[in-house]
Design a protein around this ligand. Structure first.
Ligand code: NI
Length: 266
């Protein structure tokens, strides 16, 4: 196994351990004879020194991924960047970070308390993208963060790990459109993220995306165990630019809605 394969394999194993539906999506498509290629893998982090998107990107950059585009999601207090590899078979890497300074003071203090628990040098670990949650957090703290930012609460509960993998729909051979794939998933019992409609973006945007709703799993907090939304699976269909090459970027308005796939249902 190459270093690139080992990193992607570690990410996939960590992801499927917290996202049982991912294996079921794979089984559904494999039963049709599909060989799944991932369009991108997405990770989340807190925008604090030494742990932000640059730190999370370092293990990927060492293996040949290079930065391509930057995005900003004002309402969710996020900035994001994506990386691509010269080997087009490899997934793009999409990393977002929470702009802590834009949160209320109490939430900022909570996040700084979590981060302060990490041992020195944690952000420089080669396995940071799948290092998991290395701080103690109780359920009330998670709930308090939820009221401020679903994203902050998710990172507090899950730490450093893949938030979602994304099937490259262009490379499926038995499914002609994202509508068709979504229908297939619904028929198999998967709940999709319907925020803003199941399909985000359009051929005019050069990118259509849909995603499952994150399923709930038992998470162990410092004081109790609670069922909360974990990770989801995403599906992307890309369209060609005027020069005939596929659009490789992201559409902020669509990504903004996709982030809500992990929202807690209230
Ligand atoms: Ni995505």
């Amino acid at each position: 196994m190459t270093d690139v394969e080992a990193l992607l394999d570690a990410l996939w194993r960590d992801y499927t351990a917290t996202t049982p539906q991912a294996a079921r999506v794979h089984a559904l498509l494999a039963a049709r004879g599909e060989q799944i290629v991932n369009d991108h893998v997405a990770l989340r982090t807190f925008g604090v020194p030494g742990l932000g998107l640059a730190a999370l990107a370092a293990p990927f950059e060492r293996l040949g991924w290079t930065p391509r585009g930057d995005y900003r999601f004002d309402d969710k207090h996020l900035v994001a960047r994506y990386w691509a590899h010269a080997d087009a078979q490899l997934p793009k890497v999409f990393i977002s970070e929470l702009v802590i300074e834009e949160l209320p003071a109490a939430a900022q203090a909570t996040i700084r308390d979590l981060v302060a628990q990490l041992p020195a040098g944690f952000g420089a670990r080669a396995d940071l993208p799948y290092a998991g949650r290395a701080w103690r957090v109780d359920h009330a703290t998670y709930r308090a963060l939820l009221d401020v930012s679903e994203y902050a609460a998710w990172v507090a509960a899950f730490g450093f790990r893949v938030n979602h993998f994304t099937v490259d729909v262009n490379r499926l051979t038995t499914v002609a459109s994202l509508v068709e794939l979504d229908d297939l998933l619904r028929a198999a019992g998967f709940a999709l993220n319907e925020s803003g409609g199941a399909i985000k973006g359009s051929p005019r945007d050069l990118l259509e995306q849909s995603s499952t709703r994150a399923e709930e799993i038992d998470v162990t907090f410092a004081d109790t165990t609670a069922r909360i939304p974990s990770c989801y699976y995403e599906f992307a269909r890309r369209y060609a630019l005027p020069d005939g090459s596929l659009f490789e970027g992201f559409v902020p308005a669509s990504a903004d809605k996709i982030f809500e796939s992990t929202d807690v249902r209230r």
